[in-house]
Design a protein around this ligand. Structure first.
Ligand code: Q9C
Ligand code: ZN
Length: 681
């Protein structure tokens, strides 16, 4: 299984620039590329990546997407003088030619293809290409919106042709609609295109009817074009996460792509003069982390827009850091999507209900009367986001944003990469992890008397149960490594998981942790904790727990998964992750007990996705000794490879209803659960 992250950068792509005055185009500057690369150098990320050279895309490759007329026009600009360049640029909406433009655009195409080749050949697992000019607006026969050739669309066609791929996902998180990509794949069910974009009821460029949520694709391609229009500016971290939880990720898991391409524009980040959004650089780490769980981790990130140099380059860095599997930085501020975002999410879910099984039983009606519809254009500065960062944004004051980012990023990028996993020697041997090319930290079990001394502080009653006491050894040693930040995460075996967890929680509380998320999978007698609010319990169990129903800090999720029915992903994405992100834990404990109701792939997915939280601090306590389970959890936590999470099947109507009811009951407390405005707001 491939590991490693490719980085493609060629200084030659800075040689395309605007030669005359044009206030529309003057933000697309060469420094976008050089500043991003320099920031990667400063964080010592360049040296951790596999350098891959760019190359010129061939004419044949460009013709996979574009007309020969378009290619010839582009080619002819190489020898033009400034006057001719200016005249021909005027034929397009927001584009400028320079004598070097054609060469740079061919390098941008070739860089994207080199990245696809590096990932598909197994040379690396994922990677990023820093390219100019960008691509997603360009069309078969036209340059548009700073784009000449559609780098990402060509990469998708190339991957289909050269590697015979049948399913490619394109995620376009640029703040503009990549209408070029939409047009190219509109009728193609083998390419699923997702784009969110500033829309403001069609007031925002490119102001197209077909950028709205009801453009779902054409003919055989129906359902494979997903537009999520933002009708207000100021969208922030929680709005973007809600879009992933409630729209993109469930569809993407059902689609099961073989390769994921990102049209990676950072004009959707804070400070950008075009986007006027509020998302901070860390959010891109989370978005990247989620996408790494698809297509066995085969992820190609290709630069599009991004015009605030500081915001752009910091976001590029959080993306690359995540591709390299460093811990994902914690988000700050209240986690709750704004009303306008929820309305957009509800509408796109309603539009796609006919095409995706996961939505089949959801009753999400269209909202015809949007609360934001009456907004006058230009009053856009009112900030709908509830993020506490929101206050910072004032579109004009980019210096202020620069200073904000300067101090903000100091708290975000922490110097102790990469993820290290603690296990005991016995576990390492029994799960056959010896040939495991990752950072395993083998620990000695704690001495029995030491355990006794520790436990008597917290749970004197447990000291009497000698057998239980013995089993706490590995849990406590591993927890201590996590608390002392010697490792990120770890796996403990314990024949008495729930007792081990109770002790671990008390110890972590004592250590100063304020919010601990504790997920129990299987039949376990959960020892109740007294410190309400500091522990959030989610119990995933086969059978109803008599006398227990869900409350704010104790959530019961009855879930029965047969061996051949992998439907837990819908509960993870639509329920557990939103709650976990609302809570923002600083430690996660996952206990796997007997008679568990989930398959190995469901459990691994849980571990994988929750790693985005609590700076990846996860303690796994596993009661049964299923070697395959141990191995899979160890691999997921240590990030050796992206395990295959199995083929995902849509949930039954019964399960959908169950989640819907829980969502209704809990969304007041856990706001990231909201995906429609009718139920309960
Ligand atoms: N009044 C990318 O981010 N704005 N392109 C045109 C016309 C063009 C953005 C405004 C913005 C293009 C790749
Ligand atoms: Zn853009």
């Amino acid at each position: 299984m491939a590991s490693g992250t490719a980085l493609i950068y060629d200084e030659a792509m800075t040689r395309h620039k605007l030669l005359w005055n044009d206030p529309v185009c003057d933000i697309e500057v060469p420094e976008r590329l050089s500043a991003s690369y320099e920031q990667l150098q400063r964080y010592h990320l360049v040296e951790r990546c596999v350098p891959v050279p760019a190359r010129e895309g061939s004419e044949e490759e460009i013709l996979l997407v574009h007309s020969s007329e378009h290619l010839e026009v582009a080619k002819s600009t190489q020898t033009m003088n400034e006057e001719e360049l200016k005249r021909i640029s005027g034929n397009y909406d927001a584009f400028f030619f320079h004598p070097n433009t054609y060469h740079c655009a061919r390098l941008a195409v070739g860089a994207a293809l080199q990245l696809v080749d590096s990932v598909m050949s197994g040379k690396v697992c994922n990677g990023m290409a820093l390219v100019r000019p960008p691509g997603h607006h360009s069309q078969r026969n036209a340059a548009n919106g700073f784009c000449l050739f559609n780098n990402v669309a060509i990469a998708a066609e190339y991957a289909k042709l050269k590697y015979g791929l049948k399913r490619i996902l394109i995620v376009d998180w640029d703040v503009h609609h990549g209408q070029g990509i939409q047009y190219i794949f509109e009728e193609d069910p083998s390419v699923l295109y997702f784009s969110w974009h500033r829309y403001e009821h069609q007031k925002f460029w490119p102001s197209l009817k077909e950028s709205d949520y009801d453009a779902v694709g054409l003919g055989k391609g129906k359902g494979f074009n997903i537009n999520l229009p933002w009708n207000k500016v100021g969208m922030g971290n929680s709005d973007y996460l809600a879009a992933f939880f409630h729209v993109l990720l469930p569809v993407a898991f059902e689609f099961d792509p073989e390769l994921v391409l990102v049209s990676s524009g950072y004009d959707s980040g804070i400070g950008d003069p075009e986007g006027q959004m509020n998302a901070t650089p860390e959010v891109f780490a989370h978005l990247t982390h989620f996408l790494m769980h698809l297509a066995h981790g085969k992820l190609c990130v290709i630069l599009e827009g991004g015009y605030h140099l500081k915001s752009l380059s910091e976001s590029v860095c959080t993306t690359v850091k995540t591709l390299l599997r460093d811990p994902v930085p914690q988000l700050t501020g209240e986690m709750a999507p704004c009303l306008s975002a929820i309305e957009s999410i509800q509408n796109v879910r309603a539009a796609h209900k006919p095409y995706w099984k996961w939505l089949m039983y959801e009753d999400t009606p269209f909202l015809y009367n949007l609360s934001t519809k009456s907004d006058l254009p230009g009053t856009a500065d009112t900030n709908p986001s509830t993020d506490d960062e929101a206050k910072i944004t004032d579109s004009k004051e980019t210096d202020k944003i620069e200073r904000f980012l300067e101090s903000h990023m100091k708290n975000v990028i922490f110097p102790d990469p990469p993820i290290k996993t603690a296990i005991t020697a016995g576990l390492k041997a029994s799960a056959d992890l010896n040939t495991f090319p990752v950072h395993l930290h083998v620990v000695e079990e704690m001495d029995k008397n030491e355990v006794k001394a520790l436990v008597s502080d917290f749970h004197p009653d447990l000291v009497k149960a000698n057998k239980t006491l013995l089993s706490l050894g590995s849990t406590l040693t591993i927890l201590d490594k996590i608390l002392k930040k010697e490792v990120c995460n770890g796996i403990a075996e314990s024949p008495a998981a729930s007792a081990s967890v109770a002790v671990a929680l008390r110890r972590s509380l004592h250590f100063g942790f304020q919010r601990m998320l504790c997920i129990f999978v299987g039949d376990m007698h959960i020892i109740p904790n007294t410190e309400d609010g500091k522990v959030l319990v989610i119990h995933v169990c086969k059978n109803e727990q008599p006398g227990k129903s869900s409350s704010k800090h104790y959530i019961v999720l009855n879930w029965k998964e047969d061996a051949d029915r992998n439907d837990f992903y819908s509960a993870v994405l639509g329920f557990i992750l939103p709650i976990a992100y609302s809570y923002q834990p600083n430690l996660i404990v996952i206990a796997i007990g007997p008679n568990r109701s989930l398959g190995i792939s469901g459990i691994s997915l849980l571990f994988g996705l929750l790693q985005g939280l609590a700076e990846s601090r996860i303690l796994a306590v596993i009661e049964d000794t299923d070697i395959n389970l141990m191995q899979s959890v160890a691999k997921t936590l240590a990030g050796a490879s992206m395990p295959h999470f199995g083929v995902h099947v849509p949930p039954t109507q019964e399960k959908v209803n169950q989640i819907k009811m829980l969502r209704k009951q809990l969304q007041q407390d856990w706001k990231m659960l909201q995906c429609s405005v009718n139920d309960g707001i």
